[in-house]
Write a protein that binds this ligand. Structure first.
Ligand code: 2AM
Ligand code: CA
Ligand code: CA
Ligand code: CA
Length: 263
């Protein structure tokens, strides 16, 4: 399998999709809700996913595609070449803020992440990685993450997980928040992962993410030494939703041991 050629093709289709999304602001977005009032989808999410499916099928019709909006056929195994796609990550930011939304894509072969992309559509900034070859931010190689103390960390977390909730002991989360330097909440899992792998955040924690939110990001994580697991410290299941943490390797274990207590 010619990974370099697939990487080249992936980048071209991501840049083209980005341009189509930016152009879409000049006509009407149709916004609908999915599971609830804060779970949005637009015609552009669906059209972008369809664009990727058509491009990938034209490249190689045997490749499987898992996409958030379910525009392709159903995939129930990671055997062979599989693309995991979130056409727009941060749909609420897309609709409301017209920025801070990302295309994120992972290319896996037999369950192993080979290529990973996180693309800031408005800034036209690309974070990407090739398994075993390294990670880049546009044309610059990304560095391995440097160790730090938990007291120096800035962590991406949604406020819901620090207020009483049915997923985990929020008192421990409050203790974590009081220990670290600060928190951020960007509203796009892909953006928070891009920030962790490039050292702008030191960890990002979520109680529920899907394979397409993190597929591309985990490939980049491996190349810079960031650790990505579920909140039990296990390998994330790429066929189902799961809890998620990505962190600088010097604080990953400490956060799980001292501050995360699932209910
Ligand atoms: P999305 O924008 O592609 O839906 C913050 O909402 C982050 O969590 C986003 O990356 C969002 O991805 C993701 N997310 C995952 N499941 C979600 C859900 N059911 N509702 C809203 N956001 C969800
Ligand atoms: Ca969504
Ligand atoms: Ca998403
Ligand atoms: Ca999405």
């Amino acid at each position: 399998m010619d990974i370099q050629r697939i990487d080249q093709y992936a980048k071209e289709m991501i840049f083209e999709a980005g341009k189509r999304i930016r152009d879409a602001f000049s006509y009407d977005l149709k916004v609908e809700t999915k599971s609830g009032a804060n779970d949005l989808v637009t015609n552009i999410d669906r059209e972008t996913e369809l664009f990727f499916i058509e491009k990938i099928k034209a490249f190689d019709a045997t490749h499987k595609i898992i996409g958030e909006e379910g525009m392709g056929e159903k995939v129930d195994s990671l055997e062979g070449p599989v693309w995991i796609i979130d056409p727009i990550d941060g749909t609420m930011n897309f609709v409301k803020q017209h920025r801070h939304f990302f295309i994120t894509i992972g290319f896996f072969v037999d369950g192993i992440g080979k290529l990973g992309y996180i693309f800031d559509v408005m800034r036209e900034d690309l974070f990407y990685a090739i398994e075993g070859k390294g990670a880049w931010y546009n044309d610059s190689p990304m560095r391995k993450l440097q160790p730090l103390k938990i007291e120096e960390a800035i962590i991406g977390i949604n406020a819901s997980w620090v207020t009483p909730n049915s997923y985990l002991n929020h008192e421990k989360m409050i203790e974590l928040i009081h220990t670290i330097r600060g928190t951020r909440s960007y509203g796009s899992a892909a953006m928070e992962i891009a920030f962790v792998v490039s050292g702008k955040l030191d960890a990002y924690i979520s109680m529920c993410l899907s394979p397409w939110d993190i597929g591309g990001g985990t490939v980049i994580a491996k190349e810079v030494g960031a650790i990505a697991t579920n909140l039990k410290g296990e390998y994330f299941d790429f066929l189902n939703p799961d809890t998620f943490i990505i962190a600088n390797p010097s604080i990953h274990q400490k956060i799980l041991e001292h501050y995360i207590e699932e209910k």
